[in-house]
Design a protein around this ligand. Structure first.
Ligand code: SAM
Length: 221
């Protein structure tokens, strides 16, 4: 089994199940035009997040790591009329590209982008006594996963769903001698969540056009 086979299967299902989507195509093109790294989630995972937000009935979504706004748009589309998504992004260029994409998608009323280091934006939300979020997607610097989990939980309520992306890293997650700071961040996040009371979690491995990886699903009890 190889990346080309996983990609072919993704293409097969995407062609069958995902409608043509000019907006998302333009978001991907905007990232290429702005020379952003090709690290947005896949089309299939975008649809999966949209469905999860829909299934959970979320009205308030928090995203850590915006890039060009692909995943934010997927999730915001599943929000009700009065729903809101706050997305956190460090890079000015990414923030500018995303804001433009949110406008193009007609979602600028639902999506608020806060530009700056996510750790401090999360602290701001806590200081502001932000209403709890119903759904959280963690997809930024992997070194900070333990902090993002901790702060997200402070902004959660019973039933909040938290998805942490890229927690398998081609299986490197089980290499306890790794020098890779991103893998170490994932491992520390796993350790944190395994010891944390009041949450229920599982990790799902995935293959597809983005290779071999996986995500952590946490629900606040
Ligand atoms: N969720 C996006 C999507 O699928 O469309 C992809 C996000 S990309 C994997 C990670 C993003 O996190 C990048 O845009 C990066 O600039 C941002 N980022 C990295 N470190 C950050 C930090 N400390 N604070 C806020 N954003 C950060």
């Amino acid at each position: 089994m190889s990346l080309s086979q996983w990609t072919a299967v993704d293409n097969y299902y995407n062609n069958l199940l995902l409608p043509e989507d000019d907006i998302l195509d333009k978001v991907r093109q905007s990232a290429i035009d702005a020379e952003l790294p090709p690290i947005a989630i896949s089309d299939a995972f975008g649809k999966y997040l949209e469905l999860l937000v829909q299934i959970s009935g979320a009205k308030r979504v928090l995203e850590i790591g915006t890039l060009a706004g692909f995943s934010a748009i997927c999730m915001a589309r599943a929000l009700p009329e009065n729903g809101k998504l706050i997305t956190l992004e460090y890079e000015q260029k990414n923030a500018d590209v995303s804001r433009d994409n949110f406008k193009q998608a007609g979602l600028e009323g639902k999506i608020e982008l806060r530009q700056g280091a996510a750790l401090s934006s999360l602290q701001d939300l806590i200081r502001e006594n932000s209403e709890p979020f119903d759904f959280v997607f963690i997809d930024a610097d992997k070194e900070n996963i333990p902090n993002y989990l901790d702060l997200s939980l402070k902004l959660s309520r019973k039933g909040t769903v938290i998805i942490t992306d890229n927690v398998v890293r081609e299986g490197e997650v089980i290499n306890m001698d790794t020098d890779d700071e991103m893998v170490k961040g994932v491992q520390k996040g796993n350790e944190y969540i395994s010891k944390r009371s009041g949450v229920s979690s599982t990790a799902i491995q995935t293959v597809g056009e983005k290779g071999y990886d996986g995500f952590l699903l946490t629900v606040v009890e």
